[in-house]
Ligand binder design. Structure first.
Ligand code: NAD
Length: 261
């Protein structure tokens, strides 16, 4: 636990399930004030709010599509109106779909780029602008993927979006370092969340993924939430522009384990 996170205002996109939910719940345990953005009106966010409040944090939620500029502006205004400021912006919302690249429509390409890259840019810009106006040495965390460096056939739009997120994060970190705004990137490997539901329900497909991970298991959402808490805390106060690979060493060529090659 990080004492300095208590009462910090944290905005998290895509926070009703998966990694967003795990991070929202972790910041609840840190007794932060958490603003959840959710996309689908199915009530899932209400359970997350209850968990945060039971842990001693505060929470509020607002629906919105991160690829729409007006929704992003509304999200940040909602955070300020509800809890008075914005200290930490976590851009987590993301989508993927498998399509051989020669069949990928412009519409599918655009949708993934709009949500995964443009959405993260819009919320980063709005948060930075607010922090500059109010002299806040804030914190921005973007959720990239190991596919910001591992090419991924059939997911070219996803890999391109995450490569973009990595370079956007590193560029913004350089630009705003003199203002004390820290901007970092988390690149998870394979984590057990609904985005992988179909794949991990098939034992053969799941084992194929595990074979790519030197540590030998699929990551847990809480392990990514722990990275976010550290990056948001003062314990990482000299860290900016980092791309933190939380991947069981997937990015380091497991095929060469045990002297092969
Ligand atoms: P998930 O599908 O469980 O959750 C994604 C969240 O994004 C959902 O809450 C969804 O409603 C939300 N979302 C989708 N479109 C949105 C939009 N237009 N506006 C607002 N919210 C929207 O997936 P997850 O695994 O929790 O993924 C979270 C992030 O982590 C994504 O950016 C994903 O690319 C990244 N990631 C996940 C893994 C993994 O293995 N789970 C690995 C690497 C990177």
């Amino acid at each position: 636990m990080y004492e300095d996170l208590e009462k910090k205002v944290v905005v998290i996109t895509g926070a009703a399930k998966g990694l967003g939910k795990a991070m929202a719940e972790r910041f609840g345990k840190e007794k932060a004030h958490v603003v959840l953005n959710y996309h689908t009106e199915n009530g899932d966010h209400k359970e997350v709010i209850k968990t945060i409040e039971a842990a001693g944090g505060k929470a509020a939620a607002i629906q919105g599509d991160v690829s729409k500029e007006a929704d992003v502006k509304k999200l940040l205004s909602f955070a300020v109106d509800t809890f008075g400021t914005i200290d930490i912006m976590i851009n987590n919302a993301g989508i993927e779909n498998e399509v051989p690249s020669e069949k990928l429509t412009l519409e599918d390409w655009q949708k993934v780029i709009d949500v995964n890259l443009t959405g993260m840019f819009l919320a980063s810009r709005e948060a930075i602008s607010y922090m500059l106006d109010h002299g806040i040495k804030g914190n921005i965390i973007n959720m990239s993927s190991v596919h910001d460096r591992i090419p991924w056939p059939h997911f070219v739009h996803y890999a391109a979006s995450k490569g973009g997120v990595k370079m956007m994060t590193e560029t913004l970190a350089l630009e705003y370092a003199p203002k004390g705004i820290r901007i970092n990137n988390i690149s998870p490997g394979a984590i057990d969340t609904p985005i992988n539901g179909e794949k991990f329900n098939d034992p053969k497909a799941k084992q194929e993924v595990i074979n790519l991970i030197p540590m030998g298991y699929i990551g847990k959402p809480e392990q990514i939430a722990a990275c976010a808490a550290w990056l948001a805390s003062a314990e990482s106060s000299y860290v900016t522009g980092l791309t933190l690979y939380a991947d069981g060493r997937m990015t380091k060529y497991p095929g060469f384990q045990a002297g092969k090659g």
